[in-house]
Design a protein around this ligand. Structure first.
Ligand code: DGJ
Length: 553
């Protein structure tokens, strides 16, 4: 009864915690822009680097629960929070919306000077449909479920249902309308994740009657047209599957892509993409914030699609997702595997913007994502309970926030890179601006990082590593920041064969102004009796160096 009253108030009387604004827009809508080789997120008309954390699934389910969490997020230097908004939380009864939670999250984020990325837990969250309202769950005739090989229903809404996609799209559109109404002036919400880690679990495809009928039909012409048009640009692993069947341009799914689990996954990817696209489209009609989907990646133990969600935006189905979901702007990986760099490289292909919505709070990976892969954003999962020994991750966010103008000015230009080095790694090479830096993990008083935080999802814990970002800003001039590394330098362009340090300043940016803390030479640059001068970033902190080089013979 209380809820009904609330709904009526929210929907009809406009008695809400945030006043609904008129259409007057003072700041442009956040959007993506391609700049050089990078895509940037533009917020308030300027590029923005998302230094974020994703809350645990249910942390944002009440404003009360969030109260003590907001200050803790500010404390660890986040500028953005990824927070779930579940379908069941906003439409508990069909057609009756309660936006008090959404209004409150926006308002509280704003009060804490944080931006928001809302995660729409609609039809699916980690494959299953646990966040749908009870009126959807109970009505399994109207909102049919995935059926597996044994004909058993799974707790997963089938993509083959007009009723489901329409109901989800209507709720999502209502959410986006509300966000536009309450946030068109401040733009606290900057991006939206549509669903969460979609795909069929427990079988390689849906086998409900409608799915079986669709599987026996020809591959939709739209997909065939897309593949033909982009034939030379398709990602090799997907192109390989199409090639194996002789690049057929028509036929049933099995005729075009062969028999087995691979075709099941392609089939599901197409149907998830179409469904998610319809939901995203309905939302964008109301308020066109950038929208992304996130992928549960193939884990080492997974033998086939269905062990991991079949049809989700894993890298080998990216082409299908691009064809089927043009309203989705970013296909994003949730990275809990140790091959962080390789996964970033695979997700960057095909000009896919780089965003990591879920990962561990690993400062080395943060620097790598931002410095090497031009990431729009980085966001450890369960941020409110991530351990951060020595505060290294929070310090890393503080340093990257100071460097943000430099980072954003250099994204996509080939003037920035990053290196991560473990104790047994060969020296990592960073070549920029006519010099190569050889980067190793620091030893002795420069080395051994505090232990990395324990993994969020059972992944092996990485050994201690040093890390640094390098930004080349002019002839012989660099900004270098990081922790636990030693780097020597040599020239790679014609001229005097040796290089060394003309000057090294250590300091901080305060309100965008460089403040020198110390000027470094001697012991702090390896010039106390060692063969070669080197840049040294102590492991116990995250430092910024302003470096000028010179050459001699
Ligand atoms: C990935 C999911 O997307 C998250 O919502 C959460 O369930 C984490 N896994 C848990 O590690």
């Amino acid at each position: 009864m209380r809820l009904r009253t609330l709904c009526c108030c929210a929907a009809l009387c406009g008695l809400t915690s945030i006043p609904v604004r008129s259409q007057t827009q003072t700041k442009p809508v956040p959007h993506l822009e391609k700049r050089g080789a990078a895509t940037q997120l533009i917020v308030d008309g300027k590029p923005f680097l998302v230094l974020a954390g994703e809350l645990g699934n249910n942390t944002s389910s009440t404003l009360e629960n969030m109260k003590p969490i907001w200050p803790a997020l500010v404390e660890i230097n986040l500028n953005t929070v990824l927070a779930a908004v579940a379908w069941s939380w906003i439409e508990p009864e069909e057609g009756q919306f309660d936006f008090s939670l959404v209004d409150g999250l926006i308002q509280d984020a704003r009060r804490n000077n944080l931006r928001l990325v809302l995660l729409w837990f609609g039809s699916w969250k980690n494959g299953t449909s646990s966040y749908c309202p009870a009126w959807v769950k109970r009505d399994f005739e109207r909102f049919p479920l995935v059926r597996d090989k044994d004909g058993k229903g799974r707790e997963i809404l089938s993509t083959f249902s007009e009723a489901s996609v329409n109901a989800d799209a209507r709720a999502f559109a209502a959410l986006m309308r509300r966000v536009r109404q309450v946030d068109s002036q401040e733009r606290t919400a900057i991006m939206i994740q549509v669903q969460n880690e979609v795909g069929v679990l427990g079988d390689s495809r849906d086998r409900c009657p409608a799915a079986n009928a669709a599987f026996a039909k020809p591959v939709p012409q739209e997909l065939m047209d897309y593949l033909e048009k982009h034939k030379d640009a398709l990602l090799p692993e997907f192109r390989g599957v199409w090639k194996a069947g002789g690049f057929k341009t028509s036929g049933t799914w099995e005729e075009v892509f062969g028999k087995g689990e691979a075709v099941d996954e392609i089939f599901m990817a197409w149907h998830y993409a179409r469904y998610v696209n319809r939901v995203a489209e309905a939302g964008k009609k109301e308020y066109p914030l950038p929208m992304f989907v996130n992928a549960w990646l193939v884990q080492p133990r997974d033998k086939q699609p269905g062990d991991y969600p079949s049809g989700g935006p894993v890298d080998h189905t990216h082409d299908v997702w691009r064809a089927g979901a043009p309203r989705i702007d970013i296909l994003a990986p949730d990275i809990y595997l140790p091959e962080f760099g390789e996964i970033c490289a695979r997700y960057r292909r095909g000009e896919n913007p780089m965003l990591i919505p879920e990962t561990r709070a690993d400062a080395a990976n943060l620097f790598r994502a931002v410095g090497r892969y031009n990431a729009i954003g980085f966001s450890p999962f369960g941020i409110e309970r991530q351990p951060d020994p020595e505060g290294l991750f929070a310090k890393s966010y503080a340093v990257l926030s100071q460097l943000t103008p430099l980072i954003l000015a250099n994204q996509g230009k080939g003037t920035m890179d990053a290196a991560v080095a473990g104790a047994n790694d060969p020296a990592q090479k960073v070549s920029l601006g006519g010099y190569t830096f050889s980067v190793s993990m620091g030893r002795g008083r420069w080395g051994v990082l505090p232990a990395a935080p324990p993994p969020a999802a059972g992944a092996p814990q990485p050994p201690p590593r040093g890390f640094a970002i390098f930004i080349w800003v002019g002839p012989d001039e660099y900004w270098v920041a990081g922790s636990g590394i030693v780097a020597t330098v040599e020239p790679i362009t014609p001229g005097p064969p040796l290089a060394s340090l003309a000057s090294v300043e250590e300091g901080t940016f305060a309100d965008g102004r460089w403040v020198i803390g110390r000027r470094l030479a001697g012991d702090d640059t390896g010039q106390g009796g060692e063969a070669r001068a080197s840049l040294r970033l102590p492991a116990t902190r995250v430092s910024i160096l302003h470096v000028k080089l010179y050459r001699y013979r």
